[in-house]
Ligand binder design. Structure first.
Ligand code: ATP
Length: 245
């Protein structure tokens, strides 16, 4: 069988006495969205940060296309960074307010020393390339998140780690960003590790869902099965809490 794009095995992260991530095993294929759902404090963001190596895992394995990331030095990790990129929850804090949109989207290209077509990236995420000279505060929340996505796409990654990417947005804007993410996945064959506490959002994007509780995955399966016939009590409670669910 082909190696999945992302294979996380028995990943752990301890903060003081808290096992924020406690033995997580999962895979994400090319073109697939695995959503991680769970309440606040269940460890979702820590998992995302460990996979992206913004936090150093305490133990366990993170393999991208079979290459181990968890134990690589920063220097050896650097050439692999373009292949996995993060999109953050709040574009108003994750985009440098002093930079223009052009500078923000160009930054990963500059750091890797590669050329790139910023106007084309802006157009690809549905932004008028004429906005390139503006600064983040001159854009709407949805436009800012499109900039965050354009920045993440600049180095042509295989995997996007999306940490609550639409949580800070109005519901109507959420739908537009979700549609954009679906289109980009189809066009580019991207794998998504999609972190969200919102099951309504997750039902629109996920192929599979992993349910996280106290640092562990209590249940993983196809999205329809997890949402329609949850097996674990914790998942049942999450699903029951969704309006109309
Ligand atoms: N840098 C840190 N230092 C100490 N403890 C931390 C740190 N980051 C997370 N934790 C703890 O790890 C646990 C998991 O937190 P995490 O933020 O990963 O959960 P989450 O599911 O993403 O929650 P939220 O949706 O509120 O961000 C919590 O108990 C949290 O207090």
């Amino acid at each position: 069988m082909a190696e999945p794009l992302l294979r996380v095995t028995d990943l752990r992260k301890i903060y003081g006495r808290t096992w924020a991530v406690d033995g997580v095993t999962l895979t994400v294929d090319r073109g697939e969205t695995l959503a991680i759902v769970g309440e606040s404090g269940s460890g979702k963001s820590t998992l995302a940060r460990c996979v992206a190596r913004l936090a150093q895992p305490t133990s366990g394995s993170v393999r991208l296309d079979g290459v181990e990331l968890a134990t690589l030095s920063r220097r050896r990790l650097r050439p692999l960074r373009p292949r996995f990129q993060l999109v953050f929850q709040d574009p108003s804090t994750s985009l440098n307010p002093r930079w223009t949109i052009e500078q923000i989207v160009r930054e990963p290209l500059r750091l890797q020393g590669v050329p790139g077509d910023v106007p084309r990236l802006l157009a690809e995420v549905g932004l008028d390339p004429g906005l390139a000279g503006r600064r983040p505060h001159q854009l709407s929340g949805g436009q800012r998140q499109r900039v965050g996505i354009a920045r993440a796409l600049a180095l042509s990654p295989d995997l996007l780690i999306l940490d609550e990417p639409v949580t800070a947005l109005d519901v109507s804007v959420q739908a537009q960003i979700i549609n954009l993410l679906l289109r980009l996945q189809e066009e580019r064959g991207l794998g998504y590790l999609f972190i969200s506490h919102d099951l309504a959002v997750v039902s629109a994007v996920a192929h599979r869902i992993a349910v996280m509780h106290s640092g562990r995955l209590v249940e993983t399966g196809p999205a329809e099965r997890i949402l329609g016939r949850p097996e674990h009590d914790y998942t049942r409670a999450l699903v029951a809490a969704v309006p109309g669910g």
